[in-house]
Structures are given as C-alpha cells and as structure tokens.
Ligand binder design. Structure first.
Ligand SMILES: Nc1nc2c(c(=O)[nH]1)N[C@H]1C(S)=C(S)[C@@H](COP(=O)(O)OP(=O)(O)OC[C@H]3O[C@@H](n4cnc5c(=O)[nH]c(N)nc54)[C@H](O)[C@@H]3O)O[C@H]1N2
Ligand SMILES: Nc1nc2c(c(=O)[nH]1)N[C@H]1C(S)=C(S)[C@@H](COP(=O)(O)OP(=O)(O)OC[C@H]3O[C@@H](n4cnc5c(=O)[nH]c(N)nc54)[C@H](O)[C@@H]3O)O[C@H]1N2
Ligand code: SF4
Ligand SMILES: [Mo]
Length: 736
C-alpha cells in the first residue's frame, strides 16, 4: 500500500497552497480573546491529548498538542482508522474555532421577542430554569411531542436522550432530508442495508471509480479522499459525471459534463449496454439478485441514443464508459454519493446507482462496497423511554412518506406553522444546526420560528439560528468536552473516545452537562444517573471489555477483525422481501411507486436563467467554519462560476461583482464572478456556507453570498420526503 505524504493529500483538495498553509500551522497571528499572539502556534505541545474531530461529521482521530494550557497544533492520530495520521485542512483548523473571539461565551435570554438579537447575558441557573419551565408548560398544555429537537453533530446524543426521556421522538437533522436520505432508502430497498457514515466504499482497492456528482477533493471527508488518492496513484480509472469540471474531474479518464438533473437517463443507458453486451457479473446476479429479467426488459429501449437526447452525453461515450466500468468489475464502484437530494427523483436515481453496482457485482466485494461491522458496546442501563403516542407530524396533511427511515427536518419545520400538519409543534430545541442556512425555503423556516412558543438553541457560535432563540446555551467546543463513544460500522471495527483537551473557555459548558441539568429540572434525573460523560463513556468501554486507561492514552482501540467481503468468506444477508438484491423492488411496488427506476425529465429554466448548483469548499464545512480566521486565511469568500462564453454574452468579465436573482425574485448578496470553461453554459455554481447575515460573526458577516437564500424552491421526493434543492434558477446581474 502506498503511503500518502501530506502534500499529495492536500493537493487533491485543489487547495494546494492554502491547504498546506493551514496544514503546517502557518498562521502567524492568533485570534484568541486576548490581543497577544499566542506563543509557538503550530509547534509541538508538552502534552498531547487524543480525541476526535468535530469540524465536520466524519470524526477523524486527532492528537491535540497543548502548551501552557493552550492548544497549539492538531494533527491526525496515526492509530485512528479514519485519519491514519492525516487530517483535512478543516481538522487542522479546529484551533480557529476554539479561539474564535466571537464564540458564544455566556447564556443569553432574549428580551423582547420579535426584535432580533436583543439579548441579555444571564447565569446558567436563570437560563436553564427558563428552558425547564417552558418544557414543563409545553408538555402539560400540548403534550411532550409538541417539542421537537433538531440535532446535528456528535454532541447531540445527550439532547436526543433528553427528548426521548421527556416523551418526544420528534427529532430530525438536515443531514437526512437535505442530504443522505435518498441514498439510505435506495440502498436499503436494494440491498437491505444502508450505506451509512463513513460510507462502506472500498475505493482504495477499486480498479474503476465512477463519481456521479460526489466532488471528492472538494468534499474533503478525510478517509474518502485518502482512499480516492491512493486509488488514483495505483492507476485506477476514473469516470466523473458532473456538469462542472470538479477537482475530481481533473483526475479523471472520462469527464461527462452531463445536463443537470438527467443522471438517471445515463444510468439506465449504462445498464442497457452492460446487460445488452453481457458485461454484467452473471454468476453474482444469478446467485444474489431478484428481478433481473424484468430489469433487462425495463432498460431494453433505454439506449445510449435515447440517453443522448436527455443528457447530452454522446452515445459512443456512454458505450465506451459502460465497457470501461464493466472491465473493472467487481472492483468497479459507482460511488453512492452523500449529498443526494438534488431534483426530487433522488431515491430513484440512487436506486439506479445501487442496481448498477449490483450488475457489476461490487456489493460486498473488494474495490466495491464493503459489508462493514462495528464494535458492539453495551448500552448504559437506562430507564425505558415513555415512547410517543402520536406519529411524527413531519408530513404535510394528506401526504405520507412510508419509506422514510428517519424524521424529515423540513416536515417538522412545516408542522410548526399552525394548521399545516396533523398537530402543531410548539417549541424547538436546536443543537448544532444552523437551520436558517441548512433548510430550503428560509422564509418558511422564519415563519415557523415566529409561530413557535419557545426556541432554545445550543451552539458554539452566534450563527443565524441563535438570533431566533429565546434562550441561547453556549456549548463548550469539541476540544473542551467528552461525548458519546464512537463505534461506527467500518471495514476495520474500532472505537474512539472524545476527551477534553483543555478546560471550557468563558462560561461555556459541555452538552452532557446542559442536558443533565435540564433533565434534573424537569424531573428526569433517573435518565442521567452518571456523574459526568467520562463516567458514562467509560462504563460502556469497560463493559465492552476494553481497557479504559489504555483507551484514554491512545484515543482509539480496534475491535476483532471480521471478514467484510464475500471473497473472504462472508455470507451476505439481504434484508429485503425476497432475501435477495432487489433489482426489482417489491417494497416500492407495494407502496405504489415504480419498482424499477424510471426517468423523469427535470424542469427547464425560464428564459435567461441558469440552474443554480452548489457544493463544498475544501477548507470549509457548511456555514459553520466561515467565521474561522484560521481557515479564512485560505478561503475567505465564495464566488460564482459562470461559463466563460455565457458570461461574455452577458457582457460580464472574470472578477466582476454580480448578484444572483432567483426565479422568485430573491436577490443574493454581491459576489465575484468566476468566468470559466470548467462549467456548462446552462448552470452556475457556488460554494455553500458564506453570506452570513449575523452581525455577531464579525469576520464572516457579509462575506460572499448565501446559496440558501436563493433556495426558495425545492422538490419533494415522493418516496421518502427528501427535499431536492438543485431546482432553483438564477439570473446573473452586475452588482451596482
Ligand atoms: N470540505 C468539505 N467537505 C465536506 C463537507 C463540507 O462542508 N466541506 N460536507 C460533507 C457533507 S455533509 C456532504 S453531504 C458532502 C457533500 O459532497 P458530495 O456528496 O460530493 O456532494 P454532491 O452534491 O454530490 O456534489 C456536488 C457536485 O455535484 C455536481 N452536480 C450538481 N448537479 C448535478 C447533476 O445534476 N448531476 C451531476 N452528475 N452532478 C451534479 C456539482 O457540480 C458539484 O461538483 O460533503 C462532505 N464533505
Ligand atoms: N443551501 C444549502 N443547504 C444545505 C446544504 C447546502 O449545500 N446548501 N447542505 C445540506 C447538507 S449536505 C447538510 S449535511 C446540512 C448541514 O447542515 P447543518 O448541520 O445545519 O450545518 P451548519 O450550517 O454548518 O450548522 C452547524 C451549526 O452547528 C454549530 N456548531 C458547530 N460545532 C458545534 C458544537 O460542537 N456544538 C454545538 N452545539 N453547535 C456546534 C455551528 O455554529 C452552526 O450553527 O445542510 C444541508 N443544507
Ligand atoms: S474530514 Fe476533516 S473536518 Fe471532518 S472530521 Fe476529518 S479532519 Fe475533521
Ligand atoms: Mo451532508
């Protein structure tokens, strides 16, 4: 196995210079509360604490260096399977969050509801008493399910536990309905198992990798990028389907600049060629798959010529790439993607991706998708939850998404606007999610927030959502607290602990403490019997048969190795109605949906409009890091990619400041135009996370533009209720 050096790893991120700067701690200034520069940034500390990262949701193992009580450097833990000694730039930049001068420092209570950001600093007792009082009142008046929890991030576990104990199961995150949802449902329908996080891909052993969107290298999920880089170094062939010449496309053998929203047509045509030319894995399909003959019939007329008129990809390219991907099987992976809510037909597109993987025989095979296992730790012996008597109100009246396997964040939002759902939600507890930036239709979110009786927000920064809270509870950052033990399903089962590296700064408190204090005040002490989160975590570790002291020293421990590939003797189990891989889905048929994916054309833009596409900056996570001075030394704003020819036709030049105006007349903040041949002329592209309008984010305020504001429209996936957000159109106008 080739080892990556840090340079190669960061280069793939397309942020070579900048990433490197962050990587080696080249930050000359510190942005701590005190005006002095901190000594020796980027140097070794005299104490190193292993923990795991929370700069995004991947949870890489870190080693945090501490000198004179300050964190000086964060590096990848070589013993941790998800980091293997390397971090992405955001992980290294965690110090910029810890020492962000704009952090929430003390609990806040809003005086004068309706008037933005008139907050008063209060004691923890005052803040917690108020939240508890509201929780008791809401439960008494409307029932516990009238309180919902939005939670994203690993520290949310304490609040999920609190809410279940309180009697509400109305818990959602935008990482389902606005992200992974369609993928998880589609793979579950097909293979009886979800993809999960980390994704069960085995890219490091792939011979051919096909990316549909999935802009790895800009999407910086560490292990994925490492595996991807290794595969490329080993000479794996790459097919990238993207209307934009992404960083990954730059490494590809084939770049297919597809017309946005038409991927399903391409996927069906690939099946047509692979089945028609007999290139699929006959033995595998015969042994494990259900419905092959019907699929064969289904794609018979989905020819490359048929697909060409939809996708604009030439028929000969479709044939050539189909042969190329089949040539690599079973080590040929069609990547399931992660952010999959695009056009509202997403579950069907992801079904097509799953089916194609099945035809290539890649599910459960080396270089394809693994069948991972996890370390099973015993649960902490808690009192049983009361259970919610009413169904979640996450669907508009009369609509049901029976195949959704989590609660829909947009649905809970709608149910907070009185009279739209089976019953009204009255209060939100929001943990670690900036709903103003992450839910589509921000007007609806604001409407819901205005209608609620009570909103409490647990956060680390004064992001937009905190401006809507009645009570703001300042959490200690991930470098200052211990959370739940991490035991994901992975090809090498392991467990990892998050440990406090330094004491919480200011008057911030760890989430476990906040949740436990709230529980105490609402009479739920029984559910929080442990002294602190360390005692809780170590109970689980010890009863799982692991050495607590050793784990505290190393941060990570390995579980027993078990085979994760069919070729290594694993007998796959498919938890589907047929007990097989369902090329033809009986579950979809029963629920009244197309049992095999059917192409539906996307809506066309109005005249003079481009389709708005969005993605990731390699050095930022969503809206959460754009105030991080450390990371902003590398990228401090966003720009809009416009095809060079299209820009010229509008009389616009590279670097011009422009505004985007969407189909509903919503105007963006000004941002710079990037005129480039690296994007099709029918769409524009921008990075998500900029354009903050919270003044308290002193650095990020008004830098760049927000894609979220322009997402006034979304399309709901009829199968699982995901909200496709690639359905907005914009005009581009020169800013005054
Ligand atoms: N640095 C960084 N990395 C991250 C994150 C982050 O915030 N920052 N977030 C993480 C999370 S939670 C997620 S979900 C992932 C998201 O990352 P991905 O799952 O990779 O997101 P996608 O939406 O698949 O990819 C966006 C790409 O899709 C292309 N695209 C848009 N429309 C179409 C289309 O119709 N067809 C095709 N074929 N391509 C299209 C865009 O041009 C863009 O290049 O990233 C993860 N990694
Ligand atoms: N317009 C648009 N919308 C999107 C996306 C997009 O690309 N464009 N992407 C979608 C995807 S793929 C996803 S996964 C979601 C992500 O959506 P979110 O999870 O809502 O992501 P962020 O906007 O970064 O909000 C994170 C919030 O958590 C806070 N936070 C950070 N660390 C901590 C901590 O340790 N404790 C606490 N209590 N709070 C913390 C941050 O300050 C911030 O307020 O958004 C989805 N929505
Ligand atoms: S991918 Fe980067 S930001 Fe995410 S957990 Fe790993 S190091 Fe941290
Ligand atoms: Mo996501």
């Amino acid at each position: 196995m080739t080892r990556l050096n840090r340079r190669q790893f960061i280069q793939i991120g397309g942020a070579a210079a900048g990433g490197l700067a962050a990587g080696v701690g080249l930050s000359t200034k510190w942005y701590g509360l005190d005006p002095d520069e901190v000594a020796d940034p980027g140097t070794d500390g005299d104490r190193v604490v292993p923990s795991f990262c929370e700069m995004c949701f991947w949870k890489c193992g870190i080693l945090a260096h501490v000198k004179n009580g300050r964190v000086t450097k964060i590096t990848g833990n070589p013993a941790h399977p998800l980091s293997r000694g390397h971090l992405c730039p955001r992980g290294t930049g965690g110090i910029g969050l810890l020492y962000d001068p704009d952090r929430l420092k003390r609990p806040l209570i809003r005086r004068n509801r309706g008037q933005m950001q008139e907050f008063e600093e209060v004691s923890w007792d005052a803040a917690l008493d108020l939240v508890a009082e509201k929780m008791l009142k809401i439960r008494e008046k409307y029932g516990p399910e009238a309180m919902a929890l939005y939670s994203h991030g690993y520290g949310g576990s304490w609040f999920k536990h609190l809410l279940h104990a309180y009697g509400s199961d109305n818990i959602a995150a935008p990482s389902y309905a606005q992200c992974r949802g369609p993928r998880e449902v589609a793979f579950h329908l097909t293979f009886g198992r979800m993809v999960g996080s980390p994704e069960n891909t085995d890219m490091e052993n792939s011979r051919v990798i096909t990316l549909i969107g999935s802009h790895l290298g800009e999407n910086m999920h560490n292990t994925q990028v490492q595996d991807f880089t290794r595969a490329i170094e080993r000479g794996a062939g790459l097919i990238v389907v993207d209307p934009r010449y992404s960083t990954a496309a730059g490494k590809a053998r084939y770049w297919l600049p597809i017309k946005p929203g038409t991927d399903l047509a391409l996927l069906l045509a690939w099946m047509n060629v692979i089945i028609g030319e007999g290139l699929y894995d006959h033995d595998y399909v015969e042994k494990y798959a259900f419905g092959f003959d019907r699929l064969k019939e289904h794609v018979r007329d989905r020819t490359p010529e048929w697909a060409f008129t939809r996708t604009s990809i030439p028929p000969e390219t479709i044939v050539e790439t189909a042969r190329f991907m089949a040539g690599g099987r079973p080590a040929s992976l069609i990547h399931p993607g992660r952010h999959t809510t695009w056009y509202g037909d997403d579950t069907q597109r992801l079904r097509a991706i799953a089916i194609l993987n099945a035809l290539l025989g890649s599910w459960g095979r080396k270089g394809g998708l693994t069948l991972p296992s996890k370390v099973k730790l015993p649960k902490y012996p808690y009192t049983k939850y009361p259970g919610q008597s009413k169904n979640p109100p996450d669907m508009p009246k009369g609509t049901v998404y029976p195949l959704a396997n989590e609660i829909l964040s947009q649905g809970l939002c709608m149910a907070s606007i009185p009279g739209t759902a089976a019953y009204d939600l009255k209060a939100w507890l929001v943990y670690g999610t900036n709903l103003i930036a992450s839910l589509p239709d921000p007007d609806a979110t604001r409407k819901a927030l205005q209608a609620l009786d009570f909103v409490a927000v647990v956060d680390v920064l004064p992001t937009e959502i905190t401006g809507w809270a009645d009570v703001v509870l300042p959490e200690a950052t991930y470098l200052e607290r211990c959370d739940e033990v991490h035991t994901p399903a992975y090809k090498e089962p392991f467990l990892a602990v998050r440990q406090p590296v330094v004491e919480p700064m200011y008057d911030s408190k760890p989430g476990w403490w906040i949740a436990k204090e709230l529980a105490h005040r609402v009479g739920l002490d029984d559910y929080f019997p442990w002294k602190d989160s360390v005692e809780y975590a170590m109970y689980r570790v010890k009863h799982g048969g692991f050495d607590c002291e050793e784990l505290k020293r190393t941060g990570v421990a390995r579980g027993k190795h078990v085979p994760v590939f069919i070729d290594d003797g694993l007998e796959p189990v498919f938890d589907t109605p047929s007990g097989k891989i369902e090329l033809y889905s009986q579950t979809l048929e029963k629920a009244g949906f197309d049992p095999m994916p059917e192409y539906t054309p996307p809506d066309e833009p109005p005249d003079g409009h481009f389709r708005l596409l969005y993605g990731r900056s390699p050095v930022h996570s969503f809206s959460r890091t754009t105030n991080n001075r450390f990371l902003c030394q590398v990228v401090s704003t966003n720009e809009v990619w416009v095809n060079a020819q299209a820009a010229r036709e509008m009389g616009l030049r590279n670097g011009d400041m422009v505004r985007l105006i969407n189909q509903d007349g919503v105007v963006s903040e000004p941002l710079a135009l990037k005129a480039t041949q690296r994007i099709r002329p029918d769409c524009v592209y921008m990075v998500h996370g900029f354009g903050h309008n919270s003044r308290l984010l002193k650095f990020a305020y008004k830098r760049g533009a927000s894609d979220s504001r322009l997402m006034t429209r979304y399309k709901v996936d009829p199968i699982m209720g995901g909200t496709g957000m690639n359905v907005n159109f914009v005009r581009v106008e020169k800013a005054a």
